[in-house]
Design a protein around this ligand. Structure first.
Ligand code: GDP
Ligand code: MN
Length: 401
C-alpha cells in the first residue's frame, strides 16, 4: 500500500511560517557539508537572476523555470532557484517548497550556475543584496498600492513569496521594452548593458523572465530538471509495490471543473496553453479542436487499447486531477488482461504521478495541459514514446463521437 511518509516534512518546510525553521535546517545541512551545491556559494561577480514563480501551478512554473534558466544563461548570471509555490485544495494562501525538495540542483549546474533561494538568502543576500538596495523588476507598472511601481508584493502568491524570505523592495525598475528572448534578439547583451552587474547585482523579477508556454529554444533544457534521488526512489518503490512486473501504459486525465472552463477557450485561437507540444509552435502539425482538451470517452478507450497492444502492457497507470474513470475503463478493458492502478484518491501526490508517468512504456496525455507537457518533455529526454488524446485528429469526423 502506498504511504507518503515524507509528506509532513514537506508541509513543515513549505509553510510560510516555517520559513525560519527551513532556513535553519538548510544552513545546518550546509555547514555539515551535506549541501550538494557548496561551490555555488562564492559571490558571482556577474550577478544573479531571481524571480517569483507567481503564475499558475506546477506545470506553468516548470515551463517558466526552463525559460528563466535559458535567460540566466543568456545573461551569464547565476540563477537563484525559487521554491515551487503550491496551493492546497480548499485552503487559502500558498506554500513554498524548496526547489531541491523535488529536483536535483547539481543537474541544473551541469548547464549553468544556480543556487537555491534558501541558500542565497541565508548565505549571500546580506553581502550581495543588502536591505536598501533591493529593486524589483517588472516590464511595466503593476496595479497596487503605489503608483508607477511593480507592487511586487501585492496579492497572493506575490506577498507570501517574498515574505517567506523577509524581502521587501526599496524601489521598482520598469524594464520594458527589453525582452527575454536571448536566442534571437541579443537580449543577453542588451540586459547587461542597461543593467551591469556592478550596479545591479541582483535582477529580481516580479514574475518569471520567461514565456508561457515554454519557448521552443528552451525545450531541451528539460534534461537539467531531474528529480532528486529521494523522488526517484519513491517512484521506483511505488511502481515495484503497486504494478505487476511488465510494461505499463501511463495516462493523464485532466478533467476537473477548472479544466472544463479552460477548454471553452479552444475555439477562440490557434493555440491554448501547452498545445504547441502536439500542434507545433506554428500549427505546422495541426489545428486545435475540442477533443484535444476534453477527449470523448470513446477516444480515450480506443487510444488506450491501441497503446496497450503496442507495448504489450500488463497494466495501466492513471493520473488525474479529478476523475480516474475507473468504472468505464475497467468495463471497456475487461477483455485485455490489464490491471488498473492509481494513487489513493485523497491527496494524491502530483510529483509521484509525474515521476511514474515519466517512466511508463507508453504515455498518453492532454496536449493542452502543462502538467502533461512536463511528462512529455521528460520522456523525450529519455527517448520514450508519448501520445496525446485526440491527436492526430481522426480524418473521418464521425470517429470523434
Ligand atoms: P495545467 O493546468 O494542466 O496546464 O497544469 P498545472 O500544473 O498548471 O495545473 C494543474 C494542477 O492540477 C497540477 O499542478 C496539479 O496540482 C493538479 N493536477 C493536474 N493533473 C494532475 C494529476 O494527474 N495528478 C495529480 N496528482 N494532480 C494533478
Ligand atoms: Mn494550470
Amino acid at each position: 500500500m502506498f504511504r507518503f511518509s515524507d509528506r509532513n516534512v514537506f508541509k513543515m518546510w513549505g509553510r510560510t511560517t516555517g520559513g525560519l525553521k527551513r532556513l535553519l535546517l538548510t544552513s545546518t545541512l550546509f555547514s555539515l557539508g551535506i549541501g550538494s551545491d557548496e561551490g555555488a556559494l562564492s559571490v558571482d561577480p556577474k550577478g544573479y537572476i531571481m524571480y517569483c514563480p507567481c503564475m499558475g501551478r506546477f506545470g506553468n512554473q516548470a515551463d517558466h523555470f526552463l525559460g528563466a534558466l535559458g535567460f540566466a544563461k543568456g545573461l551569464d548570471r547565476t540563477l537563484v532557484l525559487p521554491p515551487w509555490i503550491e496551493y492546497q485544495p480548499g485552503e487559502r494562501g500558498s506554500s513554498m517548497v524548496p526547489f531541491d525538495a523535488y529536483f536535483n540542483v547539481s543537474a541544473v549546474n551541469h548547464f549553468h550556475r544556480a543556487v537555491t533561494m534558501e541558500l542565497f538568502v541565508s548565505q549571500l543576500s546580506d553581502t550581495v543584496w543588502p536591505v536598501g538596495k533591493r529593486i524589483s523588476f517588472c516590464y511595466t507598472a503593476r496595479r497596487g498600492e503605489t503608483e508607477q511601481s511593480c507592487n511586487a508584493k501585492e496579492g497572493n502568491p506575490f506577498g507570501p513569496f517574498w515574505d517567506t524570505f523577509n524581502v521587501s523592495f526599496d524601489r521598482s525598475e520598469m524594464y520594458g521594452p527589453l525582452s527575454y528572448d536571448v536566442y534571437h534578439q541579443n537580449a543577453g547583451k542588451a540586459w547587461n548593458q542597461k543593467y551591469p552587474a556592478t550596479q545591479f547585482p541582483v535582477l529580481a523579477f516580479t514574475g518569471a523572465p520567461a514565456s508561457f508556454p515554454v519557448q521552443q529554444d528552451n525545450l531541451n533544457l528539460q534534461q537539467f530538471l531531474v528529480y532528486n534521488d529521494g523522488w526517484k526512489d519513491r517512484a521506483d518503490r511505488w511502481i515495484k509495490s503497486n504494478l505487476p512486473r511488465g510494461p505499463f501504459v501511463g495516462i493523464h486525465l485532466r478533467n476537473g471543473v477548472d479544466w472544463d472552463r479552460a477548454c471553452e477557450h479552444v475555439t477562440s485561437s490557434n493555440h491554448l496553453f501547452s498545445s504547441p507540444q502536439c500542434l507545433g509552435y506554428k500549427n505546422e502539425k495541426g489545428e486545435i479542436y475540442i477533443d484535444l482538451c476534453k477527449p470523448a470517452e470513446l477516444t480515450i478507450i480506443k487510444q488506450i487499447k491501441k497503446a496497450v497492444k503496442k507495448v504489450g502492457a500488463v497494466s495501466l497507470f492513471i493520473a488525474s486531477d479529478n476523475n480516474y474513470m475507473t468504472d468505464i475503463l475497467s468495463k471497456e478493458l475487461r477483455g485485455m488482461d490489464v490491471t488498473l492502478h492509481h494513487q489513493p484518491e485523497v491527496h494524491p501526490s502530483a510529483h509521484l504521478d509525474l515521476a511514474v508517468l515519466s517512466r511508463s512504456n507508453f504515455f498518453i496525455g492532454n496536449c493542452i495541459s502543462s502538467f502533461t507537457a512536463f511528462v512529455k518533455r521528460a520522456r523525450d529526454v529519455d527517448g520514450l514514446p508519448s501520445g496525446f488524446w485526440g491527436y492526430p485528429r481522426p480524418r473521418r469526423h464521425h470517429d470523434e463521437f
